[in-house]
Design a protein. Structure first.
Length: 152
């Protein structure tokens, strides 16, 4: 489970492994958009990114339960789940720029952990490991949607 929880070793990078994992997920997301394989936030296409984030989160909870520690530094699958949640609503027009902005906002919220994000950490086991990052992803998603709609 350490292999999966560390995103195949990314979690063992010496500085900011969570940021590397989030950046990797954002890079994959941008590449999928570039190739035309990732649906945007529209109608039925919304189900594919939500399902992807849900699967990553569920695997994160299972792996987190087996980690044996409370949110170990090497465990970065939670950042992957949170980053996917944050990216669900991005990519409508300039997907690479939107991906970069959403990445930065997600990382800021995940590091600062305001209010409800910090509270989500108190859940037990894998739920607590993943919940704060998914909560940061939901908040990032909501803020990005408000900003995007306000500027449209």
């Amino acid at each position: 489970m350490k292999l999966i929880g560390s995103l195949f070793g990314v979690g063992y990078l010496p500085v900011a492994p969570g940021s590397y994992a989030s950046a990797l997920m954002t890079g994959v997301w941008v590449a999928l958009h570039y190739l035309g394989w990732w649906p945007t936030f529209a109608y039925a296409d919304f189900c594919v990114p939500v399902a992807t984030a849900t699967v990553i989160g569920a695997v994160g909870v299972i792996a987190g339960n087996k980690a044996g520690e409370k949110d170990p530094k090497w465990f970065v699958l939670d950042e992957c789940a949170g980053q996917w949640v944050a990216l669900i609503g991005a990519g409508v027009e300039n997907y690479w720029l939107e991906g970069l902005i959403v990445f930065g906002l997600f990382r800021a919220l995940d590091i600062i952990k305001p209010g409800m994000i910090r509270s989500a950490e108190s859940l037990r086991g894998g739920w607590g490991i993943v919940a704060d990052d998914v909560t940061a992803g939901v908040l990032t998603f909501a803020l990005w949607q408000l900003a995007f709609r306000a500027c449209s």
